[in-house]
Write a protein that binds this ligand. Structure first.
Ligand code: SF4
Length: 356
């Protein structure tokens, strides 16, 4: 497969088919950086309102470096993978300190920033700075594997490296930004995953070996992901008048340092749940079960039981917060959405994240 042949048809197609996306209006390095970090592991439609709100409130690197972490976590609430925003924050401090607040040009310097890997460095270099630097993510790997009818395992870093080198060799110097975006766009809107490429609409159909040999739907080949571990938890919504108990999660591990409703391992029946309350020194006036909930992380799945308990005295181990303040200022991960919504309904508050 001669990849140099894809450049012009792809650029022509992109000129007429690019979606309007908020980060494309004004692709400054900062906006490209924030959008690419948000788009990791997250769908475009989900990212759009988060991106718009984030850059409205935090318009540049200096504002990002100066923002309190708690506020950034709140702006990120519901997007998951919170280490992304923590790394953005750390990287912003480095950019202010070492580069006077402007993201560096070269991919090699960008890669030294916390949370910036090969892909993000390539995206910023090419999209914002117009440098011929490939940005190879899952979408681009899929397109490349299908175009070449390659059965290489795309989960193998060596495969990613090879694709990057092949693309680097064909990058158009006059249109690096559009070329990076056109590859991404083709993967996102035409050469779709899960065996569903829309070859009839593809500007590269005539060049595509995967299509010609009838293998496109079965590509790319990936080694299977390890099965998720199931962890069971019991979540307690402890209410003392108009205040609810929350606590910070440990600073390492899953959802590190975020706020949560108190919870323990295991899905406990009512009698054992009350025993836990006793161990915490909580004397409940009433305890009722809440709906079960489930949350899927990348490698772990939580299956949760829940209880709501009215208590008379707020024990000191937890922070007792008014629901309005909790919804407005505290970043509670989506894993607790069922219980957060219950809290919102109990006090007649909307918990639609878009409005918080
Ligand atoms: S022809 Fe089909 S498989 Fe090939 S790149 Fe286009 S959409 Fe993907």
């Amino acid at each position: 497969m001669d990849f140099s042949k894809i450049v012009r048809p792809l650029l022509r197609w992109y000129a007429g088919h690019a979606r309007t996306l908020p980060w494309r209006d004004d692709p400054t390095p900062y906006r490209v950086w924030v959008s690419e970090i948000m788009l990791q592991q997250t769908r475009t439609e989900t990212v759009i309102p988060y991106f718009e709100r984030f850059v409205r409130e935090i318009p540049d690197v200096r504002a990002l470096a100066a923002a309190p972490e708690e506020r950034l976590l709140k702006l990120w609430e519901g997007l998951g993978y919170y280490s992304r925003v923590r790394n953005l924050h750390r990287a912003a401090a480095v950019v202010v300190e070492e580069y006077g607040g402007a993201l560096p040009h070269g991919a090699a310097q960008l890669r030294k920033l916390p949370g910036v890997g090969e892909y993000t460095a390539g995206a910023i270099s090419s999209i914002a700075y117009g440098l011929p630097e490939p940005a190879v993510d899952g979408n681009v790997l899929r397109v490349a594997a299908r175009l070449a009818a390659s059965r290489e395992n795309t989960a193998d870093p060596a495969c990613r490296r090879r694709v990057r080198e092949v693309l680097r060799g064909v990058y158009p110097k006059d249109a690096a930004s559009a070329f990076t975006q056109s590859l991404m766009e083709l993967g996102a809107t035409v050469c779709l995953p899960n065996g569903a490429p829309l070859c009839d609409r593809c500007p590269l159909a005539a060049l595509c070996e995967g299509r010609r040999t009838g293998q496109a739907g079965a590509l790319p080949v990936r080694s299977p992901r390890p099965k998720r571990k199931v962890q069971r938890r019991t979540v307690f919504l402890l209410l003392c008048g108009r205040r609810a108990a929350v606590r910070r999660r440990p600073q390492t591990g899953l959802l590190a340092g975020l706020w949560e409703f108190p919870s323990v391992a295991g899905t406990l029946p009512a009698a054992r749940a009350e025993k836990v309350l006793g161990q915490w020194g909580v004397a409940p006036v009433s305890v009722r079960p809440l709906p079960k909930a489930r949350h899927i992380f990348t490698h772990v799945e939580w299956k949760m039981a829940g209880y709501v308990a009215q208590v008379r005295v707020p024990v000191a181990d937890f922070s007792w917060i008014q629901p309005e303040t909790l919804l407005e200022k505290y970043a509670i991960p989506s894993a607790f959405r069922t219980y957060l919504q219950f809290l919102g309904k109990t006090f007649g508050l909307g918990t639609d994240r878009g409005r918080l």
